[in-house]
Design a protein around this ligand. Structure first.
Ligand code: 3HC
Length: 928
């Protein structure tokens, strides 16, 4: 393997090299490994020889991977060599020696005590460790090692293989290789009779490491996928001649459950989650799950689990035959060991699930199940999954595994898989708010909440809370309203019963958590108040005054306003630090999105508390700053106006609806107007016209509809006609009204309808949304661009397989979007005027949402400045400065895995918190 160390002498080269280097790292490992940048080429080259290519480094010698892959797997650190002439610098030398010492230790093959060593077991580490400098540091301090597999052999002849890769023990490429090697070794070693496969830290395994898939996406190269299905599960686990038993705790998901199903038996702790959620990520299981699950639980249940991506508990798994025994976590390893030995002794069956047929029923029965599933699931990757199951039913499990492998590899590169993976990651990113969630604050428990106002929103919010086991005091102003509100909550709960999500007994218990009141006094012991009354400033202000007087000084005050500034609402109180917006979408008990609106004064603790609450409600929070419409409605207000603009330019409204629904939105924009109600539509338009008069488009169309006796779905007459029991039908008589509107606005060039393709219709409707979202990003309303993706998917039902509106925009390109908007702006006016942010991104050819790239670009610039400004001079100011820089990185949460070590400057910022420690304890540098 060639060394990739580079010696650079000129400042300009550094920037370019660093830019290329950072962009070429396939993916950043989780948890991050440090990148070590230092200024001593001789030391670096020496380090490379002595550490990475020495005899101790068996793992690296064995693997054919490139240097960058090793880095991405968190296995090695990298040195950035700035110049050749700093060899004698004492600080650098000190670091290098220490680094050599620590890392060499990490590379050695010494026996090491595993945390899972049972009493009397022979502790023997057979997994060959390589580790990053951070891991080496941790190991030295007695902590765990990141991303590794350990194997220990007990005196009983059972080898326990443990997966250890926090937070979910996901399977990295190296973990899969190590698993294979451990199995090989266990099979070859005559002292080993059987194997137990387990996961560390109370979790079995969350499946394939997602960054492996990201890497495949980035390079478009499926050869970067591991050979786990045949290479590991079939060849080593199933056909390896020694039985293995899975000891499952916490969860076994995706590839994790697939490994477990490749074992001869599965022992689990109570309430463990078992599932194959791959379809949710746009792929199918790729390690035999489509074949082994039906053979263990039957075709019908397997199809259910796969199509829904939902997991089952170990108790259900036991009933279905997926789990062989349920035991406490204390007994888990002992029972699994005994079970494995029982298999060896013939006291328990050695079950090869791929060969099982007893649960499958007849071929015709299975095929019928698949046929009926095909009618329900028409999305291509769902269909592909059913085809793969069918292959196994008809031609046998192994044949199914081969087809599964092929289809998995085709699907993994699909745009759907890219979009859905982005949604998965972006959804998890929303609850990371720099300066709020990464400063060590612990969420306080919110057990009792008051909801003020029991209308549509208030009763929905109360429902969402009680169904999540949170007690609610629902306050109304009179008995009549209160009764109505309680009835609404009951109806909402009944809806859950109808959908099979609640039984009558649970409904009763849930309702018992709701208490109605007319008296503020009943609010005195609540942890939080959510005000959900009409959008009336005075009313809200007086309510906030009242609750401040009644509630404890710790109580959080939230408003469900969608328009009014929180500062105004809380103006008459002195509790600004505990006031925020909690904007839920209607119906609040069903819609998953919550905008948490913070003001300048909202304390981080309160935000952390409310983020936690939204998680308990099983909702997705986005933390936003206040502005008209906040992030969601503000970004999508052009979606309310663009279709009307097109209609006034003469584009057929039903064609517009067709284009938009074919794209994947549930309803076309005109049908949406019908369904949501013209009054709401007009109120929304009014609000945005007032806030953004320059670029808002005012169409007389809806007003004309109202004047013509049309109220949309409300009176069955809108752009469509609505008759009970039948599908809405396009009402072509509205064309006359549209023409009247066209005459009033007179914006169609020459008074004639414009000619556009379907693609242009789509673009003219969604590019203005992208444009407004750019303004939202530019104004810092959202923490990161990808939050808008989540807002679009959960708030506006933008098709999730696109990855959300901004991710979708990036697949098109900022330059293209800018150029189109610019040309429409010139032709049709300000509604299309490109935002500055979009213009700048387009000019530089940069994507809009790729926060990774945004961070790289930003960081490279800062680092080069840093080198230029401070390269020779370390001071605490410098650390503080970089801290501030990283703090402000768009989307930065766990800040960059970078070590910067110039000859007199060491900055360690591989994680936000560590950087902070550096700031407080500058002496720590000396330890390096
Ligand atoms: C070949 C195979 O068939 C293909 C596969 O296996 S594809 C992967 C299939 N597995 C999955 O889809 C499981 C996805 N993960 C989950 O459902 C949930 O994360 C979980 C149930 C495991 C844990 O849930 P929860 O405790 O709520 O924590 P959650 O916030 O979701 O995740 C914790 C962290 O683990 C990360 N994580 C979860 N699953 C991961 C995975 N498979 N790989 C890498 N990281 C993962 C999350 O991104 C998150 O990271 P962050 O803290 O930096 O944001």
């Amino acid at each position: 393997m060639e060394s990739e160390f580079i010696a650079l002498d000129k400042a300009g080269e550094e920037v370019e090299w660093l830019q290329n280097f950072l962009e070429n790292i396939p993916y950043w490992p989780k948890p991050v490994a440090p990148v070590c940048i230092h200024c001593d080429s001789q030391a670096a080259i020496g380090k490379a020889r002595s550490m990475m290519y020495n005899d101790k480094s068996c793992h690296i010698r064995r693997r054919p991977n490139t240097f960058r892959e090793l880095l991405s797997s968190g296995i090695i650190t990298i040195d950035y060599v700035k110049s050749k002439d700093n060899v004698s610098d004492p600080l650098t030398k000190g670091l290098s020696r220490e680094g050599v010492k620590i890392t060499s230790k990490g590379l050695s093959l010494r026996p090491r005590t595993s945390q899972h060593g049972g009493a009397g077991a022979t502790q023997m580490l057979t997994g060959i460790r390589t580790m990053s400098l951070a891991a080496a540091n941790q190991a030295q301090e007695g902590g765990d090692i990141m991303g590794s597999i350990t194997m220990e052999i007990g005196n009983d002849g059972v080898a326990v293989i443990t997966m250890l890769n926090p937070p979910v023990n996901a399977l990295t490429l190296s973990a899969i290789e190590e698993l294979k090697r451990c199995y090989e070794e266990a099979i070859d070693n005559d002292n080993i009779k059987a194997i137990v496969l387990s996961g560390a830290d109370g979790r079995f395994c969350g499946g394939l490491e997602i960054s492996v898939v990201e890497n495949v996406h980035k390079h478009g190269d499926i050869s970067l996928l591991p050979d786990a299905s045949i290479g590991l599960v079939v060849n080593k686990m199933e056909n390896g001649k020694k039985p293995s038993v899975a000891a499952i705790q916490g969860f076994a998901l995706g590839g994790g459950l697939e490994l477990a199903m490749g074992c001869s038996a599965r022992i689990a702790t109570p309430k463990a989650d078992l599932g194959l959620p791959e379809l949710r990520l746009g792929v199918i299981p790729g390690c035999g799950g489509t074949q082994r699950l039906p053979r263990l639980v039957g075709t019908s249940k397997a199809v259910d689990m796969l199509m829904s991506s939902k997991s089952i508990t170990s108790e259900e798994g036991k009933e279905l035959g997926l789990i062989d025994a349920i035991v406490s976590s204390e007994e888990l390893l002992t029972v699994a060991r005994c079970w494995a030995l029982d298999i060896v002794e013939g006291r328990q069956p050695n079950c090869n699930s791929l060969q099982k047929t007893d649960k499958l029923g007849t071929q015709d029965e299975s095929l019928e199940i698949l046929r009926s599933a095909r009618q329900r699931y028409t999305v291509p990757h769902y269909r592909a999954c059913l085809d793969v199951i069918e292959e196994g039913i008809i031609s046998g499990g192994y044949s199914g595994v081969l087809k599964e492998d092929k289809v998995f590899k085709e699907l993994v590169l699909s745009n759907t898989a890219k979009g859905l993976l982005h949604v998965f990651l972006a959804e998890r990113a929303t609850s990371k708010v720099p300066g709020v969630t990464d400063v060590g604050l612990k969420p306080r428990r919110i057990e009792k909440v008051a909801v003020i106002g029991g209308g549509l929103m208030g009763s929905g919010i109360a429902t969402a809370l009680i169904i999540s086991n949170i007690s609610v005091v629902l306050k109304e102003i009179n008995h009549e309203y209160l009764l109505k509100a309680v009835k609404s909550v009951e109806e909402n709960l009944q809806g859950f019963v109808t959908r099979g999500k609640l039984n009558q007994e649970k409904l009763k218990r849930t309702l018992s958590l709701l208490k109605g009141t007319l008296d503020f006094e009943d609010l005195k012991d609540v942890d939080m108040v959510i005000e959900a009354v009409n959008e009336n400033v005075c009313l809200k202000q007086s309510i906030f005054e009242d609750i401040e007087k009644t509630c404890t000084s710790e109580c959080i005050f939230a408003s469900n306003t969608s328009t009014i500034s929180l500062d105004v609402i809380g103006k008459r109180t002195s509790s600004q630090d505990r006031i925020l917006g909690m904007h839920l979408f209607s119906p609040a008990h069903l819609m998953p999105l919550v905008e948490i609106v913070r003001t300048e004064n909202t304390s981080p603790q309160v935000i952390v508390d409310v983020i936690k609450l939204t998680k308990i409600l099983k909702k997705v929070p986005i933390v936003v700053k206040s502005c008209t419409g906040f992030a969601v409605n503000r970004s999508f207000f052009p979606y309310m106006q663009g279709p009307d603009l097109l209609a006034n330019l003469g584009v057929d409204i039903f064609r517009i609806d067709r284009v938009i629904t074919e794209f994947g939105m549930r309803l076309g924009p005109f049908q949406l107007q019908d369904v949501s109600g013209y009054d709401i539509f007009l109120a929304g338009v009014k609000e945005f016209v007032a806030a953004f008069p320059g670029r808002a488009f005012q169409s007389p169309l809806v007003q004309l509809m109202v004047e013509n006796g049309r109220k949309g779905k409300k009176n069955g007459k809108g752009y469509y006609t609505y008759n009970k029991g039948s599908k809405p039908e396009a009402d072509h008589s509205v064309i006359e009204i549209v023409e009247e509107s066209m005459q009033l606005t007179n914006i169609a060039p020459g008074g004639k309808p414009i000619s556009v393709t379907d693609k242009e219709i789509l673009e003219m409707i969604f590019f203005p949304v992208v444009n407004e979202a750019c303004r939202v990003i530019e104004e810092g309303i959202v923490v990161r661009a990808s939050d808008i993706d989540i807002a679009s998917v959960h708030g506006f039902k933008f098709p999730s397989e696109t990855g959300g509106i901004m991710f979708w925009a990036d697949t098109i390109g900022s330059e293209y979007i800018y150029s189109k908007l610019k040309s429409w702006y010139e032709a049709y006016g300000d509604f299309f005027k490109p935002s500055t942010f979009l213009e700048q991104r387009a000019a530089k050819g940069l994507p809009l949402v790729s926060y990774r790239l945004q961070q790289i670009t930003y960081l490279v610039q800062q680092i080069s400045d840093l080198f230029l400004l401070f390269s020779m001079d370390y001071s605490s100011t410098t650390t503080g400065w970089l801290y501030a820089v990283t703090d402000n990185l768009p989307g930065a949460t766990n800040v960059w895995p970078i070590f910067i070590v110039s000859n007199k400057l060491i900055i360690r910022c591989n994680r936000y918190k560590e950087l902070k420690i550096d700031q407080h304890f500058p002496d720590q540098h000396k330890r390096l």
